[in-house]
Design a protein around this ligand. Structure first.
Ligand SMILES: [Zn+2]
Ligand SMILES: [Zn+2]
Length: 365
């Protein structure tokens, strides 16, 4: 079972930053190794508390965690945010699609941003150029990204500029990062009016994203140079997490696609051939007379293209046998005649269970 960061910090998913911080401080004090010498359990707990707080105290990480769980943060150690690992093997898939491809450059992590991109079934299965509009952060020139009016900063009043605060517990003193200034040691004299103290502004841009054939839910695309803008004017990367919508007829499972095909009972008995819609073309389906309800017929290589390969998945037609809801008198007559024409074959329950009928009768004699 996955550890829940909210549980670790003894808060709820809706707790605000302040109460998370409060709870963290309380727990961190309680389980601090200095207070629990030679206590392995406390030490583990302390590590976990810090790990949880690192995520839940950061808006970006918290929203990632809320949406994708711990998996969304994987590889995220203590400093910065390592997107390379959550991308896992996906990066290489898209190599070559975006110019320089997938680089494992970790320097611009803080400028990287993450967005969702929704595709319909067709766009994901066949690939497309998808128009995408998003807002990205650009530095506020008025305050040089400090968020302070005229860029003026003074020493943090909480920590006196050291970036650290100290807590005394009996004989022990331990340092922690100043919560007020986040360890920078500085604070704004007055907020920058141009960016309301945030240090950045949002700018909108639109561009086309080349979507490769066969992408699926949860695939991530790295788009170089479309993330936030840094002080040197360079931009981080944008990561698009794909959400693929369902189709009303085709059901996709990875590279395989299923379709339900209703077939009238007479067509089954007569072993007819029917034409069904495949993904790329019409397919001929020859139905053998002994076909059962729910039977599946597989068309190899008629499914979705497997990313990073030249092969395709399967296309599977699943039969639903349809019986008439009502019969006219004429149809009843026809069916009765048909039934009679089969003779003994039309009563298999009598023929095969003959012994059983006799047995039951003998029980009740
Ligand atoms: Zn500003
Ligand atoms: Zn401070």
């Amino acid at each position: 079972m996955e550890i829940d960061y909210y549980e670790v910090l003894e808060v709820t998913r809706t707790s605000d930053k302040e109460s998370i911080k409060k709870s963290y401080r309380k727990l961190a004090l309680k389980y601090h190794p200095d207070r629990n010498p030679n206590n392995k359990e406390a030490e583990e707990r302390f590590k976990l508390i810090n790990e949880a707080y690192e995520v839940l105290s950061d808006d970006d990480k918290r929203s990632l965690y809320d949406r994708y769980g711990k998996q969304g943060l994987q590889g995220n150690s203590s400093a910065g945010f390592d997107f390379d690992d959550i991308l896992g093997g996906f990066g290489s898939i898209f190599e070559g699609f975006f110019g320089q491809g997938f680089s494992r450059n970790k320097q611009s992590n803080s400028l990287d941003s993450l967005q969702e991109l929704t595709l319909n079934f067709k766009e994901a299965v066949f690939g497309c150029n998808k128009k995408f509009t998003h807002s990205y952060k650009v530095i506020c020139n008025a305050c040089n990204a400090t968020g302070a009016k005229d860029g003026k900063l003074s020493a943090c009043t909480e920590c006196g500029g050291s970036g650290k605060t100290y807590i005394r517990q009996g004989f022990m003193t331990f340092a922690q990062t100043c919560a007020k200034c986040g360890g920078s040691g500085k604070q704004k004299v007055e907020s920058c009016a141009a960016c309301k103290g945030k240090g950045y502004k949002l700018k909108e841009e639109s561009f086309e994203v080349p979507i490769p054939e066969g992408v699926d839910n949860g695939n991530k695309l790295r788009i170089q140079g479309r993330g936030s803008e840094g002080l040197n004017g360079q931009r981080g990367d944008l990561f698009l997490v794909l959400q693929v919508q369902d189709d009303e007829n085709f059901v996709r499972d990875g590279e395989n696609v299923y379709i339900e095909v209703p077939v009238f009972f007479t067509a089954i008995l007569l072993g007819q051939s029917i034409t069904i819609p495949g993904l790329r073309r019409e397919l001929e389906l020859k139905i053998p007379p002994n076909t059962k309800d729910g039977a599946q017929f597989v068309f190899e290589n008629e499914g979705v293209k497997i990313l990073n390969s030249k092969s395709y998945g399967k296309f599977v037609a699943q039969i639903t046998i349809i019986y008439p809801k009502k019969l006219t008198n004429e149809q009843k007559d026809l069916l009765t005649k048909l039934n009679e024409s089969f003779g003994l074959e039309s009563t298999p329950h009598l023929n095969t269970l003959e012994q059983c009928f006799k047995k039951i009768k003998s029980w009740f004699k």
